[in-house]
Design a protein around this ligand. Sequence first.
Ligand code: NDP
Length: 298
Amino acid sequence: MAHILDGKLLSAQVLEEVAREVEILKAERGVVPALAVILVGDDPASQVYVRNKAKRATEVGMLSIEYRFDADTSQEKLNKLILELNRDPTVHGILVQLPLPSHLSEDEVIAAIAPGKDVDGFHPQNVGALASGQPALVPCTPQGCMIMLQEVYEDLRGKSAVVVGRSNIVGKPMAMLLLQANCTVTIVHSHTVGIEEICRRADIVVAAVGRAGLVKSDWIKPGATVIDVGINEVYEEGRRKLRGDVDFQNVEPIAGAITPVPGGVGPMTIACLLLNTLKVAKEKSAFMKRNGLATEAM
Ligand code: NDP
């Protein structure tokens, strides 16, 4: 039986620590970390994500500012708000909920966000910094996966890791973080030949695909750690359910450790978003202090 990596419990511990640090920042520097979240359109899943992010931010004592635009809003209007938020010294993190309606350019929106406030870690400057091992704001989901892996391994050095999926928001940054932790990393994708055998050799398999139950029990080496990023809506016995990319029922008896869906990686993503926001606020406050500047305006 695998050790179940409980994302709810682990994220609650991370959020508790964030709340404690927010309290200290407020008391010592008068700084309230603020996260601005922009939502365009009325996609139901995006609305739920934005609501949860705002709720958690408020719970840890941060200021959550929400901006909502109609689905037909223009690129110019969106860019204008982002530029205003970039200049606002009281705003620490800016997040635009993706996906955007098809007439808007996600690349343009991400590039408009000041890299230092890009708490999703999607700006090309942060992507490049992560790839070259420089300080960066790291995408939240892979960051959450790394915290979960630290629950299993004291040291990841020398482990063989396979990342299934190569998206910019999960697969690629996940591979970069594993590489930084001195794993031997393979990325597989929809054109990979022999994906099962490649996974079967791995100590760690991270699935970020978006196909319910793709990763089967015969893909997994006995005792391996399986991190399931996938969130897939399926209908079973006439009811809507959330399933991961891993066939949990059959993989769990073989794996050494595994994340459930729901209640695994999902809650860690929001916790890491708030960790990133706190990081920005702390670094800015430290900069102001070093340079003898007041923080009242932050
Ligand atoms: P994308 O659709 O952007 O990327 C999916 C990747 O999977 C692509 O690289 C694709 O390959 C690869 N892929 C597709 N089919 C196969 C296959 N049969 N075999 C191997 N590889 C395949 O998805 P995301 O990375 O954005 O998200 C992945 C999943 O994670 C989704 O279910 C999403 O909902 C979930 N997610 C969960 C989060 C959380 O907080 N838990 C946060 C973000 C995402 P190719 O590049 O060749 O097309």
